[in-house]
Ligand binder design. Structure first.
Ligand code: HDE
Length: 737
């Protein structure tokens, strides 16, 4: 057969209308993608709870009226494979079947090797201008608004692990600035386990599940972790933070964030300053208690993820102030005897106050978890003019690691073209081709210099907003594999941290070490860790040793005493109550008028009341029940309050007789309610009851005159509760307070 039969455009097609054929002489111009067809522009996109997401309609493929293949062909059937007769074999030619299954087979990408479990949100950062004198970064100029995307995470667990495990938390922020993306890849703990990046695989191998059985998941309470940190004592300071309440935050919204390393800022005159970055939550810094964290891991492993998304959806937008501690850029890079290049050391705020340079508000949930939260790629080397790195050996190693990991995780070098990673500043690079290339690069000369593409692009001069590496001196030295002597002190700041905590926080630290070492099988490991504790604080070592049934060792070296830093304690102060959650236990006999008033008063304060009742639906056909005795657990609430029963007038308030005033007993007397109250009491939460609701407290063994328990008229009770919520917990109630 002649080739002419298929390729000659002039060949007449029988029955076809005569038309002028297009010229095929030149390649056609690339064109913009077509707008969506009307039937692909579906209904408004909404969140799982029905709130409009604001995402463009056409971005949600499922909303289009007709299902199509990936090539846009409409489908008549997606439920049956193409077969040779209803009982016949399936035909290989069924493209839709193969496309659907093949795509599904490849839906998973490798999870992050660390920080696999996370949740994220969009927001905006507004600079107050206080940093203008020390940096020329445009996004830190007064009044500049910069879109941000923030991802919070745990470190050790897999993607599907529980949120409230004892662990460090990641706090990564991508600022889409006009001068390029700036990533502040931070943690909720201001120091790190190791001083040199070369140790990172070691510490992570030790913290991850044991390679033989792959247990335990998302925990440090096992032999290999404590083996590493007791042998590698520079980890003791970070570990002390993990054992404190910081290891179990109440919410991502109530965490501080720390850049950990010292960075170098450069101002418009080229002058440099050393800084440490801090995020300060306006919601306060609050934690869970350990028993509560463990219950939540079973009841609601998505606790932190849900909390962040719910708060944003409810309009309780979390906010953080960004601050810097500023140090002179001296030759020795030391401040008040603290080596600023040692990432196991912090600088107490009492020595260098945190100066606020702007505020971040998280105000939108991601539309698609995979596209945004999973595919976002942070990198401490994503810097903008005015912010540079220092020689901290941990930071230097990170600068290599983050691109390298994305090559595997996101399947090639073009991950910055994924929408969530795209800079908002114009990009004009000469990077070409590679897997998942999304750009349709024009021109013929992606090299520099060139004379074919008009010599473009040009290089920006120093005064044109270009990034300039600070020409910092590199001291003449020999090549060595060693640390400076100032890195040798592994204990003085662990001691300072422990001694800066209040007694109740110290008690939590003792309990945490006793729990974690109690989970280790090897006695040698427990003894070695006790030795480190003895070097840090004799009482700490003695109390943990007592819990383990071991002898506390004597300190083996003299550790310098430094002044405590009260700023390191989380307890004390009064915080906004907006976004805190109160469980309101009611039933079918509850006076709906009083109940509505309580709910309205709490809502007016920004508190989120959730009605807990014996059954779902509505109470009295009016008030929506959000939780039942079956679905509620104390851990979801910051406070619990019990409504009065609608029984005849009663003298039950304050009475010790649980049934007084109501011969049948209060209808909320249910073991699940008394469990809820008992837990709330043990976990130092505010508790209230109005009218004969106090009989339910008493049945749960809760003294109505205990600290943090308010009874009386409904109005007094709600006022009392909101006051208590502002302090987060009623620590006076706990043993060690
Ligand atoms: Fe990371 N870290 N890290 N890290 N890190 C990663 O990058 C690494 C360190 C931190 O939400 C990985 O994209 C090395 C300190 C956060 O996507 C990886 C060293 C701090 C996140 C990596 C460190 C962090 C990561 C894994 C020692 C606090 C989550 C996936 C030199 C200042 C980012 C990825 C997100 C993620 C390497 C130490 C914070 C493998 C080699 C110190 C918040 O590249």
């Amino acid at each position: 057969m002649s080739d002419k039969s298929t390729s000659d455009p002039d060949l007449p097609i029988p029955g076809a209308p005569a038309a002028s054929a297009p010229s095929l002489a030149e390649p056609i111009e690339p064109r913009e993608p077509l707008p969506p067809k009307p039937d692909q522009d579906g209904p408004e996109t909404v969140s799982p709870t029905g709130v409009p997401t604001g995402a463009p309609k056409s971005s949600n493929a499922q909303s289009g009226r007709y299902l199509t293949t990936a090539q846009g062909a409409r489908l008549r059937d997606t439920d049956h494979s193409l077969k040779a007769g209803p009982r016949g074999p399936v035909l290989l030619q069924d493209h839709h079947l193969r496309e659907k299954i093949t795509h599904f087979d490849h839906e998973r990408i490798p999870e992050r090797v660390v920080h696999a479990r996370g949740a994220a949100a969009h927001g905006v950062f507004v600079a107050n201008g206080a940093a203008e004198g020390v940096t020329r970064a445009g996004f830190l100029a007064r009044g500049t608004e910069t879109p941000v995307f923030v991802r919070f995470s745990t470190v050790l667990g897999s993607r599907g692990s529980a949120d409230t495990v004892r662990d460090t938390r990641g706090f990564s922020t991508k600022f889409y600035t006009d001068e390029g993306n700036y990533d502040l890849v931070a943690n909720n703990i201001p120091v790190f386990f190791i001083q040199d990046a070369i140790k990172f695989p070691d510490v992570i191998h030790a913290g991850k599940p044991h390679p033989d059985r792959e247990i335990p998941q998302a925990q440090s309470a096992h032999d290999t972790f404590w083996d590493f940190v007791s042998l590698h004592t520079e980890a003791q300071h970070h570990t002390m933070w993990n054992m404190s309440d910081r290891g179990i935050p109440r919410s991502y919204r109530t965490m501080e964030g720390f850049g950990v390393h010292t960075f170098r800022l450069v101002n418009a005159k080229g002058e440099t300053t050393l800084v440490k970055f801090h995020w300060k939550p306006r919601q306060g810094v609050h934690s869970l208690v350990w028993e509560e964290a463990q219950i939540i891991n079973g009841m609601d492993p998505d606790f932190h993820r849900r909390d962040l998304a719910d708060a944003i959806e409810a309009g309780a937008f979390p906010q953080w102030d960004l601050g810097i501690q500023v140090f002179p850029d001296t030759e020795d890079e030391m401040f008040e005897g603290i080596d600023l290049l040692d990432p196991t050391k912090l600088v107490p705020e009492e020595l260098a106050p945190v100066q606020i340079i702007g505020t971040m508000t998280l105000n939108a949930n991601p539309t698609n978890f995979f596209a945004e939260t999973e595919q976002v790629a942070f990198h401490p080397g994503h810097l903008v003019p005015g912010i540079d790195v220092t020689n901290d050996p941990l930071l230097q190693g990170r600068l290599f690691s983050y691109i390298d990991t994305q090559l595997t995780r996101l399947g090639g070098p073009n991950f910055s073209q994924i929408p969530i990673n795209r800079p908002h500043a114009p990009v004009n690079d000469m990077l070409r081709d590679g897997f998942h290339q999304d750009a349709d690069h024009a021109g013929v000369a992606p090299y520099q210099p060139n004379s074919l593409d008009g010599g473009c692009p040009f290089m920006a001069g120093a005064d044109m907003g270009a990034f300039i590496d600070v020409p910092a001196e590199v001291p003449a030295s020999r090549k060595v594999r060693e640390n400076p002597a100032s890195f040798d002190d592994h204990y003085s700041q662990a001691r300072m941290f422990f001694r800066s905590l209040t007694p109740v926080e110290q008690d939590h630290v003792v309990q945490a070490y006793t729990f974690e070492l109690g989970k280790c099988y090897e006695e040698n490991i427990r003894l070695r860790q006790l030795q480190s504790l003895a070097n840090i604080d004799a009482r700490l070592a003695a109390e943990v040793a007592m819990g383990l049934g071991l002898e506390a060792p004597e300190p083996e070296l003299a550790v310098e005493d430094t002044a405590p830093s009260p700023a390191l304690s989380q307890i004390g102060g009064s915080w906004p109550v907006a976004g805190r959650i109160v469980g309101v236990v009611a039933d079918d006999t509850t006076d709906l008028g009083a109940l509505s008033e309580v709910l309205a008063t709490l809502q007016a304060e920004g508190v989120v009341p959730l009605v807990v009742a014996p059954h779902g639906g509505k109470l009295g056909g009016e008030i929506t029940v959000q939780r039942t005795y079956l679905t509620a657990r104390s851990t979801e609430f910051d406070a619990v309050v019990v409504a009065a029963s609608g029984a005849p007038a009663t003298d039950a308030v304050g009475s010790l007789d649980a049934k007084a005033g109501n011969p049948e007993g209060h209808p909320s007397l249910d073991p699940r309610v008394t469990l809820m109250l008992g837990e709330a009491f043990r976990h130092a939460k505010a508790i209230g009851a109005w009218g004969d609701g106090s009989s339910v407290l008493m049945a749960a063994g809760i003294p109505t005159d205990a600290p943090g328990v308010v009874t009386g008229e409904a109005a007094e009770v709600t006022a009392g509760l909101t006051g208590l919520l502002a302090g987060h917990r009623v620590w006076e109630r706990t043993v060690a307070a």
